[in-house]
Design a protein around this ligand. Sequence first.
Ligand SMILES: [Zn+2]
Length: 141
Amino acid sequence: MTEQPYNKPLPQRLPENEEFWEGLEAGEFRVPKCNNCGYWHWIPYPACRNCLSTDQTWTATSGKGTVFSYTVVHRGPGGFRDDVPYVLAMVEFPEGPRNPIVLGTMVDVDPDAVHTGMPVKVVYEEIPGEDVTIWHFAPDN
Ligand SMILES: [Zn+2]
């Protein structure tokens, strides 16, 4: 059986997000944390949304969270066509006080079993033949 080329969109590695992608390769989901006030920020932004400091450090989170909201996708575009039905979830991380809410697809779960408040963890997928690791969420039993 020949391996099919990866046919989903790939992220763009840039100098400003390189530490994030290196984190995923190391099994860490890193989020910029403000060195001035301690707030965590997702999505990343050049300045802290609380105090406007530009002094932030990519910091490993617990990699765990709870489902904040979700939808079940029944018509996947392009490379996602064979994955339906699948869950696209917004996951709230515990790192506060402004808790990161991260979007991701869920794996290893029956879509009917997903509910808000469900404990989940980040899981990592190394893309064969590509220099990138991406993230998903899976139930944290
Ligand atoms: Zn700050």
